[in-house]
Design a protein around this ligand. Structure first.
Ligand SMILES: Nc1nc2c(ncn2[C@@H]2O[C@H](COP(=O)(O)OP(=O)(O)OP(=O)(O)O)[C@@H](O)[C@H]2O)c(=O)[nH]1
Ligand SMILES: [Mg+2]
Length: 404
């Protein structure tokens, strides 16, 4: 028993190395058999990272304190840079901010209290420390110029200019730093300005961030010094993905590796690095993108762009046998938008009734299915789901079906 014939020239070390190599091969094979690699693909802003975040919530892989801190800083960034994008879109939309429209309500003409209230916002103790010191000094200098306060009109113009400057010079928060208080007033005054609201409503022409209504509806909560982002805050934050990120979950005896990539044009050339051994592709499309331009290219339509990528993925030599699942995402935003923004304006081939969300769903399902079709021969089966990726209960049900 256990007798072993020795081969001339083979040392015990050679034998050991050989056994180790075989063991490693067996382990890799069994890992490959039990591992499912799911690749998230789609254009920028379609919701890929949101699906990945949801999988962490659903599979009990909670975000760490450091990750929550990271998202807290992104909330501030999304508010300030998001509003800045709306402000910058005014020129293109041929809109000019009129201080008398929005700010006249905040600082009624001839009301010294209005001005006093504004100045109070800027009390040095509340000023956000050294970060805002230069802005504060500038305000003091301007305040010394009597003319700035000569009449109510001056106050109003000045208040608007200062708020705009504050948003434009918004800093990146550092770890543990509360949201600087003066931003609370500036953000809420500007967001409530009717002209900025009009720019927002025409956001499809300028690729404005879609999470702003959510972010602004919770503004005062974010400014509490003890604020920690909730699960929904984390899902609503927007930060484009750069590079490739993997998350692993255990599902019964299987291990699911979910691979998230950046969808903006500059990121797409990196995709090929994760095309090996893909079990299934989750392709995410933003339904609300049907009337919207791309962040990185204002001349392109988001839905057309998604269709082009989809077609090339479905016909790629890498994915001949890969199962493909299509998420027509951001249904909540689409349901609202379709009421007023006609689908036929952007897709003249659509012949269904106007403002009919379900008919639009069918149109997109059919169009994507046609694009996935290959010559004659066996056709690929495409599974389509209408989703709202920020809705955890919905994603739980859909992802259970997808990862079966
Ligand atoms: N209302 C709503 N917002 C969504 C939905 N899905 C995603 N979002 C939001 O859309 C924004 C973009 O989502 P991401 O998941 O970052 O998009 P992405 O596809 O990863 O984008 P890239 O990393 O640039 O490729 C975030 O603010 C999300 O909260 C949805 O179904 N409804
Ligand atoms: Mg992403």
């Amino acid at each position: 028993m256990g007798a072993c014939m020795s081969t001339p020239g083979v040392t015990p070390l050679d034998l050991q190395l050989h056994r180790d190599a075989e063991k490693q091969l067996r382990e890799t094979k069994s890992k490959l058999e039990s591992e499912r690699k799911v690749l998230l693909l789609g254009a920028g802003d379609s919701g890929k990272s949101t699906v990945q975040k949801q999988m962490r919530f659903i599979h009990n892989a909670p975000f760490t304190a450091d990750e929550k801190e990271h998202f807290r800083k992104i909330v501030f960034d999304n508010l300030t840079r998001g509003l800045q994008t709306v402000i910058e879109s005014l020129d293109d939309l041929k809109l000019v901010l009129d201080p008398h429209a929005g700010y006249a309500n905040v600082y009624p003409e001839g009301d010294p209290e209005g001005r006093a209230g504004y100045v109070r916002d800027w009390a040095p103790g509340e000023c956000g420390g050294p970060l805002l010191a230069p802005v504060f000094t500038q305000r003091m200098e301007m305040e010394r110029e009597e003319s700035a306060y000569r009449d109510a009109d001056g106050v109003i113009k000045y208040a608007l200019a200062m708020d705009l400057e504050l948003i434009e010079s918004a800093p990146d928060l550092v770890d543990g730093e509360a949201f600087p208080l003066p931003y609370l007033g500036a953000l809420s005054r500007l967001w409530n300005d009717p002209l900025l609201r009009e720019a927002w409503a025409r956001g499809n022409q300028a690729a404005l961030p879609e999470n702003l209504p959510y972010m602004f509806s919770s503004l005062s909560r974010f400014f509490a010094p003890s604020y920690i982002p909730s699960a929904q805050d984390i899902l609503q934050t927007r930060a484009r993905t750069i590079g490739i990120s993997e998350t692993t979950f255990r599902l019964g005896s299987k291990e699911i590796v979910l691979v998230d990539v950046g969808g903006q044009k500059s990121e797409r050339r990196k995709w090929v690095h994760c095309f090996q051994d893909v079990t299934s592709i989750l392709f995410i499309v933003s339904l609300s993108g049907y009337d919207q331009c791309l962040v990185e290219d204002r001349t392109a339509n988001q839905m057309h762009d998604a269709m082009t990528i989809w077609e090339s993925i479905c016909h790629s030599k890498w994915f001949k046998t890969t199962s493909v699942i299509l998420f027509l995402n951001k249904d909540d935003l689409y349901q609202e938008k379709i009421k007023t923004s006609p689908l036929r304006k952007y897709f003249p081939e659509y012949e269904g009734p106007a403002a009919d969300a379900a008919a639009g769903h069918e149109f997109f399902k059919t169009t994507f299915a046609k694009l996935a079709k290959r010559g004659k021969g066996k056709q690929r089966e495409v599974y389509t789901h209408i989703t709202t990726a920020t809705d955890t209960a919905m994603l739980k049900v859909v992802m259970a079906a997808v990862t079966e």
